[in-house]
Design a binder for this molecule. Structure first.
Ligand code: TYD
Ligand code: MG
Length: 449
């Protein structure tokens, strides 16, 4: 039978008979790739009658059983452990530590008889990696295979309850003729694993790469299909990694896990604030402490600002781990409302530890660090600064104020500066001095006069 050529959007799966530059469905540019249409016969199923209709009241709501991975940061992100029969997508940049995390998972759940299928690396490479880890499961089942049908029958023939596929982009199904990694292959393979997971009650982890735009390859389709999406993030030059949950059919997506990559694999970071503040530069100007929320968890971080006279024509603005637009906005507010002059200075902002901040509650801390560097006056290192800045120079309310303050108190800070509008939201008695402010000008008089 003659195969029909089509063009498929690599982002959302929209099909078109000819190539188009911009996808009409997801508005992505240049995302169409040539593919082969899956025969309609395969897609249209014959009429079937299902007798499995059930009343809502008859469904049991007993607490779902979860397999504890004993990696508490991973358990937390998964919503308390692995649900039997679930399909989990583990995303992240190449080299971030996905395979390492999954191998460590396999060492921790030996009772589930884990099964690791590699389509990317050789068995020797996996052996070398396992030798670096402190805890090794010598009885781990391994298979180097890329054919989905062969993998599927291997899964059904073993008595393992947790299966790792490394990676979804490297496997291919005989039923689709396009190349491995193409959207049709990824969809077909993931659908097959989904059916296997649901039918057998085995949990399957799919490792997936992130493309250069920062999303999972074949992203939307995979995200819709799987039960849970967790993503590994971090800057390669730093050792800290954040595991984030982007979708979870069985729990909250607010949780994050923090890890540190060491020479013996990934270590859990149970108290991130302590680690991020451990290398703090005391008594230097341009350093402020902020309290950000990562999901339900407050984390204290050091923000650094450097304001220096410009040597060449146009002043530079640079932000690492923080939005450049937000920095420009804060600078504009400081100039307009406080009369400070940054226009002949280069401004650099950096968040220590390679963390990305996108919590507006850190605005006030960043403003304080900027002014501290401009005037070359160090801030008190035992003060944590919390608050969002509005365009009129007002200090706006932020969420989870009590959690943020408690974390500061726990880490030995003696003062927090918070927005006045949040003061009546603090019900608990917290052993810390609280200063409340409503305008950014008050912050400057409080800190620098
Ligand atoms: P890996 O798990 O292979 O990443 P991914 O599967 O996401 O592509 O991790 C690769 C990186 O981690 C590599 O640069 C080496 C480093 N690494 C360590 O620093 N310590 C270790 O113990 C291990 C196993 C890897
Ligand atoms: Mg890998």
């Amino acid at each position: 039978m003659k195969q029909k050529k089509i063009y498929v959007c690599n982002n959302c799966g929209f099909e078109s008979p000819r190539w188009i530059g911009k996808c009409p469905q997801c508005n992505e540019w240049n995302s169409f790739i040539e593919d082969i249409s899956i025969s309609k016969k395969q897609a249209v199923s014959t009429k079937k009658i299902s007798n499995n209709i059930i009343l809502l009241k008859d469904i049991s709501t007993e607490q779902e059983y979860r397999i504890k991975t004993e990696i508490s940061e991973l358990d937390r992100v998964l919503g308390g452990g692995i649900i039997p029969g679930s399909l989990v997508l583990v995303g992240g940049d190449p080299g971030i530590g996905k395979s390492t995390l999954m191998l460590q998972l396999c060492s921790n759940i030996q009772k589930c008889n884990p099964f690791y299928i590699t389509g990317e690396e050789s068995l020797q490479q996996i052996k070398y990696r396992s030798q670096r880890l402190s805890n090794v499961n010598e009885n781990l089942l391994l298979l180097a295979e890329t054919n989905v049908e062969a993998i599927d029958s291997a899964i059904k023939n073993t008595n393992s309850n947790v299966i790792i596929i490394d990676s979804i982009q490297s496997v291919y199904s005989d039923r689709v003729e396009s190349t491995p990694g193409s959207i049709n292959q990824v969809r077909e393979s993931a659908m097959m694993f989904m059916q296997t997971a649901k039918k057998t009650g085995k949990s399957i982890f799919l490792i997936g790469h992130i493309n250069k735009e920062g999303s999972l390859a074949g992203p939307k389709i995979l995200e819709h299909l799987v039960d849970t999406v967790i993503q590994f993030e971090g800057e390669k030059q730093y050792s800290y990694r954040i595991l984030r949950c982007l979708k979870n059919r069985f729990g909250s997506t607010n949780e994050i896990g923090v890890f540190e990559m060491t020479d013996k694999g990934l270590n859990e970071v149970l108290n991130p604030s302590e680690v991020f503040l451990s290398g703090m530069n005391k008594d230097e100007s341009g350093v402020a402490i902020v309290a950000t929320m990562e999901g339900e968890r407050p984390i204290l971080l050091e923000v650094q600002a450097l304001v220096t006279p410009t040597n060449y024509g146009i002043p530079q603005r640079s932000a690492t781990g923080f939005s450049l637009k937000r920095l420009q906005m804060i600078l504009a507010v400081l100039e307009k409302r406080l009369g400070l002059n940054f226009s002949s200075n280069d401004v650099f902002v950096n968040i220590a530890g390679g963390i990305s901040l996108d919590d507006t509650a850190c605005d006030l801390g960043i403003a304080a660090a900027l002014v501290s560097s401009l005037r070359d006056i160090p801030l008190d290192t035992k003060t944590c600064i919390i608050g969002e800045i509005g365009l009129t120079g007002e200090v706006r309310s932020v969420s989870h104020i009590e959690n943020r303050i408690s974390e500061s108190a726990k880490l030995g800070f003696n003062t927090t500066i918070i927005p006045t509008s949040t003061i009546n939201k603090i019900i608990k008695k917290i052993d810390i001095h609280i200063k409340s402010i409503d305008k950014i000008s008050t912050l400057i008089t409080d800190l620098f006069l």
